[in-house]
Design a protein around this ligand. Structure first.
Ligand code: GLP
Length: 236
């Protein structure tokens, strides 16, 4: 794991942008993308750059079950707003929150990932260590699945909704097994609320209790964190 500590999320977005730029230069064609507040500065950097993704494919980590793509709380809406409307890709995939046949939807997503091996996967991290929506206890070899969100995740994400009751209880998420297949992984985390989980991810045992701890075993991971998120790490 290569750990880069920056002053704040604005500086982190610039570092992350460089990782995207470098990957593109080396011929990356498939980008795994993430939502949440964390990657916003990265997307802003990409949008204001001249990088061209029109020959690339993007595959997002997750989507809330029950939300349509034009629902302002959906991850499709978030991605359109922060990235795709300004920086179009050849094709951009997210799970379909309104899929009628769940089993088919999971299989469709797995097939997409198989047909488009991910060159660079961007990740945030939940305060409980989740990546995508793979909550503690998730299988390290898992594929796309429908996940019941934990109460702590519902609470953490309630800030984007009018109240906690409106937060969907389920999400479709790419599995940890698929995330681990990505050639390179870039994880970003900012703020004091992430300090404890970053310490566990980096120094703790590799355990399903901390889903992101599996990243210790991936050969090509870059972690970009601000000083607050790095505050419990003994760097230097
Ligand atoms: C959400 C998303 C994750 C994200 C995490 C952290 O639940 N499913 O992909 O990494 O929570 O969110 P934030 O970046 O807003 O802290």
């Amino acid at each position: 794991m290569k750990i880069i500590v920056v002053k704040d999320s604005a500086a982190g977005g610039k570092e992350a942008f460089n990782v995207f730029k470098e990957a593109l230069k080396k011929g990356a064609k498939v980008f795994g993308l993430a939502t949440g507040s964390t990657p916003e500065t990265t997307y802003a950097q990409i949008v204001s750059s001249d990088l061209d993704f029109s020959d690339c494919t993007s595959i997002n980590l997750d989507e809330y079950v029950g939300l349509a793509g034009d629902d302002p709380q959906s991850y499709r809406y978030f991605m359109n707003k922060h990235l795709f409307n300004h920086k179009p890709f050849k094709a951009s995939y997210l799970p379909d929150g309104l899929a009628v046949d769940e089993v088919k939807e999971l299989a469709r997503y797995d097939q997409l990932i198989e047909e488009n091996p991910i060159d660079l996967q961007l990740l945030g991290i939940g305060q409980n260590g989740h990546i995508g929506f793979n909550e503690p206890g998730s299988d390290f070899t898992g594929k796309t699945q429908k996940i019941r969100l934990t109460n702590s995740t519902i609470e953490a994400n309630a800030r984007f909704f009018e109240n906690e009751d409106q937060v969907p209880k389920y999400a479709y998420s790419m599995g940890i097994g698929s995330i681990m297949q990505a050639k390179q992984i870039l994880l970003e985390a900012y703020g004091q609320t992430k300090a404890q989980i970053i310490e566990k991810m980096v120094n703790g045992p590799v355990t399903p209790d901390v889903p992101a701890s599996i990243l210790q075993t991936h050969p090509n991971v870059v972690v970009i964190i601000d000083e607050a998120a790095a505050s419990l790490l003994n760097l230097k």
